[in-house]
Design a protein around this ligand. Structure first.
Ligand SMILES: [Zn+2]
Length: 427
């Protein structure tokens, strides 16, 4: 298979800079939030979704905006200090050499390179290969087609053994888990981590007792790339694209934020009504075919799915609902205790530190997000949004040599969380 990769059509980020803003009070935060909704007019793009004085706020600045944005930040109104984290984003993208990834050598799933990022066609071929290689455990499924008619293809892992209660007695109804990556197109480490974990479960089944047990305890629905159109677009046109690719009311602005488009307290805060904005919530709740179809699939399986993870990058956060409000749900402690298990096990591998908490308090409100719906509407108690590596050294441009380490530590965190969840659902 060859992919039409036209390097000259790729959006140039030459001389774009990444700045880290240091807001020290909530007044500054509030002003930055207001600014974030018009930032695209100033060729400024927020990489951070988090607006919190304890967390870094990273923004890209186009070369022609460097002077005016610096002036704006230092104005009496804001007085926000900043550091320049990347002097030339374009040179980093070029240095990561996207072209090598569309060579046939990395395509064949026999020698699928787990330490490389892969375009959507290769990821879908990898799913087929897993089904072929592990026929007693793996099947593929689709939740439907995207706006641009790509298949939203997932991998189901399911063993024939019955799940057991903690005392060893079999249970009649096996519970299920859903993980997805790539809801935001540019967050490439999230599909790669789903792939790593899925392969670890398959290849270690009946080899590693911990993994064998946890594979027997749950069925797994894994959608490595949720936003397939946006992800394809990051490979062919714009490495830093975030949203879906549907047309909007504005001719030059495409896509909605699929993590602001869910029909639960939709577009109430931390989302934008402007189609040109990166956090555009869509023309209505579930305006995007991709969120409709995933919600339908999950809704149809709500009796079995007990655990959901919406994988993102970056910032190293393990978060629980709510996103639409800073208030915590009644089951917050039950959920957050699971996060504690995950982040401790994760940190034990390479020392990578994650922060845990509710989304609303951790990163300011983000309404219409995925896990508010999975938790609030589908009643999946153990619903999490995870922001993977790093904390901004590379941001979305996380180098490939961090894919396997991220996979290893996230697998360890997830195994600890699954152990915790199994203790609650099969008690
Ligand atoms: Zn994201």
């Amino acid at each position: 298979m060859t992919i039409n990769f036209n390097v000259y059509a790729y959006k140039s980020y030459s001389q774009y800079q990444l700045w880290r803003l240091h807001a020290t009070n909530n007044e500054q935060i509030a002003k930055l939030i207001d600014f974030s909704h018009i930032a695209h007019q100033h060729k400024v793009n927020f990489w951070s979704e988090e607006f919190h004085i304890d967390l870094p706020i990273d923004v890209t600045v186009a070369p022609e905006s460097i002077e005016s944005f610096a002036k704006y930040l230092s104005s009496d109104e804001l007085k926000i200090k900043y550091d320049i984290i990347m002097k030339d984003i374009g040179s980093i993208i070029e240095g990561q050499n996207l072209i090598h990834k569309v060579q046939p050598s990395s395509f064949y799933a026999d020698d699928f390179a787990y330490d490389k990022y892969h375009p959507i066609e290769e990821i879908h071929a990898w799913i087929d290969k897993m089904v072929e290689t592990y026929p007693s455990l793996a099947t593929s499924f689709t939740v439907g087609q995207s706006y641009e008619k790509r298949e939203m293809k997932g991998l189901k892992i399911s063993s024939t053994k019955a799940a057991v209660k903690l005392d060893g007695t079999p249970v009649n109804a096996k519970k299920a888990v859903w993980w997805d990556g790539g809801i935001h197109a540019r967050e490439w480490i999230s599909p790669a981590t789903n792939i790593y974990i899925a392969h670890a479960l398959l290849s270690n089944y009946s080899v590693d007792p911990t993994i064998t047990h946890i594979v027997d305890q749950f069925d797994y629905y894994i959608l490595p790339v949720f936003n397939v159109d946006g992800y394809a677009y990051t490979w062919t046109k714009d490495r830093l694209w975030r949203k879906t690719r549907s047309p909007t009311s504005k001719p030059n602005c495409f896509g909605a934020d699929p993590n602001r488009n869910w029909d639960y307290q939709w577009c109430e805060g931390g989302a934008s009504r402007d189609p040109c904005d990166d956090t555009y919530c869509g023309s209505k709740a579930f305006s995007e075919i991709e969120t409709v179809q995933v919600s339908k699939f999950i809704g149809d399986h709500r009796d079995t799915i007990v655990h959901y993870i919406n994988f993102h990058s970056y910032s190293q956060l393990w978060m629980t609902p709510w996103g639409y409000t800073t208030k915590k749900p009644a089951q917050f402690k039950l959920q957050d205790d699971g996060s504690v298990q995950a982040v401790n096990a994760l940190a034990a591998v390479f020392g990578t530190k994650y922060i845990h908490g509710n989304i609303g308090a951790t990163i300011y409100v983000a309404s219409g997000n995925t896990v508010d719906w999975t938790s609030g509407t589908a009643n999946i108690t153990f619903s999490y949004a995870v922001e993977l590596r790093d904390t901004g050294e590379y941001g979305f441009l996380l180098p490939e040599n961090q894919i396997i380490p991220t996979g290893k530590e996230t697998l360890a965190g997830e195994l600890a969380l699954l152990k915790y969840i199994e203790g609650h659902v099969y008690a």
